[in-house]
Design a binder for this molecule. Structure first.
Ligand code: MIC
Ligand code: SF4
Length: 646
């Protein structure tokens, strides 16, 4: 029987388990990426593993998230990362070189390889025909130490892109269509494999827009074949030697096949406050816009930005618009500058930001109160921009450019001008001057540790009886941005006691105090949630900080993949309601007790929760592999690892 592309690459990397959908497998990881906001903790964990050098083919540490540097904390973390990289054989991409996913695509990704990254948009690399997966920092640290990466073997779903896009409709509109079809929940354990005759027309950066935002659907990853377009991209990057052709077998079987007729797509948007809240741009009926942000790891390729430069040439941003431009990488910015397009963008009123995450993570350019902001990024969760009552809409670069001109939501087809034709140069200006490669034999390098750097906290062993309070009850689709905000708070990523004060800050500002009080009184905390708990970011702080506050379990209707792994890694039980109606009965403040926890988890049985306040019991399931059981019982992966090292 023929194989899908995913099955082929997985088969070449399989270390443990049987690669059948639903089974836990362990795979060899060729490459890792980390970024500063998750990477600092990941490297502290890596250091605790006493491994003299990274064991991967390539590990790259990027500095791209916390680059605002108000206060000493981020600068200290950056210096720490640079010294760790030198000591352990890691490549460092300095602040100013660009966003990890964009730079990794340009300089390091290779067809057929496996990559895990401590960032949920790591699947961007799937545009090159590699298996690229987002993971928690501890899993990435373990991969750097040579431990296999464990995941549930996914089912492979095929998305056929048929026909040709109309002018003014682009890759962003395709992935917004995919989000309309699949939504942000219910896709755990699935991979999207793209194919179909329309696929061959898309360049690697266009494919990357699509694989990047597969993360919003919650899939394990997304992948495109490696074909002539891949070869041309690698040639432009002066690394054609990394090209190998990779296609699925013609008779490969897929769990499901979905066809998208490209010729019928129109400009789309994701309305506030979820990437799956999809509508056509036309239906927005010219709503007034206050801010337009161009960039992020989704849409900041050379082609994206040249397209906007051509649309805006000779025009100036509408007086009502603050026009923000954050190119994805130094390479893109340098090529735009050399080819004259940067001048056109600046002349059009672009406020040029650093090549970094910036506005996308609410680290700068928070819009005005109650504003409408159009962004080419990938997430519009409530409050992520830094302004709680802002309305963020996700759009294509073309739709963003149209709003810059008109000051309103505008279907770019209504601009009445010809769609600019843009092609990326066959060979780009490449300069890796901002990449520091590790020197050999640097084991005597001293690691720089500023006062912001703590030690990674560990949990205690799972107790036999959990006595806890329902410290918070939340609804469906709670994202990691809800659990632990980024933006202005992100500079405390390496200081867990301080960062923990902000857990659920934007949902219930008193949560941290309540949880801390319970902890001091010897009581544990339990979080109650609806469907799809832990969407979005890979930040393991959404597990570490609740752990620090004494959270022992989350009981939800369903969980997202990366967050489940993070909870387990830090000794927090991810429990699923047996009967969803039990969610309705439980209230915040209820006292709960779970008996015989260790025995029932080890046996793989359901746990019985007694609601002491209301006087009834209900059952929850805890689906864990043997490996995961060992981790939660030990109180987290760090405890298992240190036990193995001693
Ligand atoms: C995000 O887009 O939410 C982030 C910031 O890149 C996160 C990583 C983090 O929280 O540091 C992600 O996507 O994993
Ligand atoms: Fe950075 Fe935004 Fe991409 Fe996350 S989604 S990596 S914050 S640009």
């Amino acid at each position: 029987m023929g194989k899908t592309l995913i099955e082929k690459i997985l088969a070449q990397h399989l270390i443990t388990g049987n690669a059948a959908p639903g089974e836990e497998i362990g795979i060899r990881i060729d490459q890792t990426l980390t970024q500063d906001a998750t990477g600092t903790m990941a490297f502290l964990q890596f250091e605790a593993m006493n491994t003299p050098q990274v064991k991967t083919e390539l590990s790259v540490s990027y500095i791209d998230h916390n680059t605002i540097q108000i206060g000493f904390e981020n600068a200290d973390d950056h210096r720490y990362l640079q010294s760790v990289a030198q000591k352990y054989g890691i490549v460092l991409s300095r602040a100013g070189n660009g966003i990890c996913h964009q730079v990794h695509l340009e300089r390091f990704g290779k067809p057929g390889k496996t990559l895990i990254g401590s960032d949920s948009h790591t699947p961007t690399g799937g545009a090159l025909g590699m298996i690229a997966i987002g993971a928690g920092g501890l899993d990435v640290a373990q991969a750097m130490a040579g431990v296999p990466f464990y995941l549930t073997c996914p089912q492979v779903l095929r998305i056929n892109l048929n026909g040709t896009l109309q002018p003014w409709v682009s890759a962003k509109d395709i992935i917004l269509k995919v989000l309309e079809i699949f939504t942000t929940k219910g896709n755990v354990g699935t991979v999207f494999e793209y194919g179909g005759e329309g696929t061959t027309a898309f360049t690697v950066p266009e494919r990357a827009t699509i694989t990047n935002m597969g993360a919003e659907c919650g899939v394990t990853t997304s992948i495109f074949p490696s074909d002539e377009m891949t070869r041309l991209f690698l040639r432009a990057q002066q690394r054609e030697k990394d090209f190998v052709e990779l296609q699925p077998d013609k008779d490969a079987t897929y769990a499901k096949v979905v066809d998208i007729d490209l010729s019928r797509l129109e400009p789309m948007t994701a309305k506030p406050h979820s990437p799956d809240n999809i509508a056509t741009v036309k239906s927005m009926k010219e709503i007034a816009v206050d801010q337009v942000c161009l960039g992020s790891c989704t849409n900041s390729s050379y082609k994206d930005l040249v397209t906007v430069a051509k649309i805006l040439k000779g025009k100036v941003a509408h007086p009502g618009i603050s026009f923000i431009l954050a190119p994805g990488s130094k390479q893109v910015l340098e090529n735009l500058a050399r080819d004259g397009y940067l001048a056109d963008l600046i002349a059009a009123g672009a406020r040029l930001m650093e090549n970094a995450c910036g506005f996308c993570i609410g680290n700068s350019q928070s819009p005005k109160s109650g504003s409408v902001s159009l962004r080419t990024s990938n997430r519009n969760f409530l409050g992520r921009s830094g302004t709680m009552d802002a309305n963020i809409y996700l759009v294509s670069p073309e739709t963003a450019a149209a709003a810059v001109i008109t000051g309103r939501f505008t279907d770019p087809r209504d601009l009445g001008v010809e769609y600019p034709s843009v092609s990326t140069p066959g060979i780009l200006v490449i300069d890796d001057g901002m990449i520091i490669r590790p020197e050999k034999n640097k084991s005597n390098i001293e690691i720089y540790r500023g006062p912001n750097i703590g030690t990674p906290p560990k949990n205690t062993e799972m107790p036999d009886t959990i006595k806890a309070q329902t410290t918070i009850k939340v609804g469906d689709k709670i994202t990691t941005d809800h659990i632990i905000p980024a933006g202005a708070r992100m500079k405390y990523r390496s200081n867990i006691p301080q960062y923990s004060e902000f857990v659920f800050e934007n949902v219930d500002a008193d949560f941290a105090k309540r949880a801390q009080k319970n902890k001091e009184a010897g009581k544990q905390n339990i979080i109650i949630a609806g469907f799809s708990y832990g969407q979005g970011s890979s930040r393991e702080h959404a597990a570490i900080c609740p752990m620090y506050l004494g959270v022992r379990a989350v009981i939800a209707k369903s969980f997202e993949r990366i967050h489940t792994a993070n909870l387990i890694n830090f000794g927090i039980l991810p429990l699923i309601f047996h009967n969803e109606s039990d969610y309705d009965k439980i209230e915040q403040g209820d006292d709960l007790e779970i008996a015989a926890v260790r025995k029932l988890i080890a046996a793989g049985s359901d746990l019985i929760i007694q609601n002491k306040t209301k006087g009834y019991s209900f059952s929850v399931t805890c689906n864990l592999s043997a490996r995961q059981k060992q981790i939660v019982l030990a109180g987290g992966a760090l405890n298992v690892r240190s036990a193995n090292i001693q």
